[in-house]
Design a binder for this molecule. Structure first.
Ligand SMILES: Nc1ncnc2c1ncn2[C@@H]1O[C@H](COP(=O)(O)OP(=O)(O)OP(=O)(O)O)[C@@H](O)[C@H]1O
Ligand SMILES: [Mg+2]
Length: 145
């Protein structure tokens, strides 16, 4: 059994582009202080940033839960929002429903979910249309899946 060392949760708000990314930055600062392997930090920050921005762009609000154990880091982002009607499509690189406004801000390449999966050792996407979406990701500290 792995031992839980630290756990934090954050509230994320939809449409809040000004604060979008702040939680990921906070997690990055925390992991640097804990002297976690920079490669692991990079992967965790990609996961949390992409999941956080998806909440900002598509959902109402969410709770991001961060857990560090002696084995791994897990990030769970559970939102209340529209859900994803077709998760197979949503996981495809380049598929996006982002608005022109979002694209002008540099988002909407349809790369967020594929990148979260690529940077995770364990990945799960659970969604219910009209209710919300939960993204779960786990990254091993030793760099082996
Ligand atoms: N939390 C969510 N709630 C509802 N729909 C979502 C959520 N996350 C993703 N989606 C849907 O899945 C699509 C693909 O998401 P993904 O993160 O891969 O790309 P994107 O957000 O469109 O662009 P990028 O992440 O490159 O800025 C989105 O365009 C959106 O339709
Ligand atoms: Mg995205």
């Amino acid at each position: 059994m792995s031992e839980e060392l630290l756990s934090r949760s954050f509230t994320l708000r939809g449409r809040d582009f000004d604060k979008g990314g702040e939680t990921s930055t906070e997690i990055k600062t925390l992991l640097k202080k804990l002297e976690i392997d920079p490669q692991v930090i990079r992967r965790v920050v990609v996961v949390s940033f992409e999941a956080e921005m998806n909440v900002v762009m598509y959902a109402k609000e969410a709770t991001l839960t961060f857990v560090l154990t002696d084995d791994d880091i897990s990030i769970e982002v559970a939102d209340r929002g529209p859900g994803i009607p077709d998760t197979k499509l949503a996981m495809e690189e380049g598929w996006s429903t982002a608005t022109d406004e979002m694209r002008e801000m540099g988002f909407g390449f349809g790369m967020g979910l594929p990148n979260i999966k690529r940077h995770s050792d364990f990945f799960d996407l659970h969604t219910e249309v009209g209710v919300g979406t939960t993204v779960t990701s786990r990254i091993m500290l030793d760099g082996r899946g």
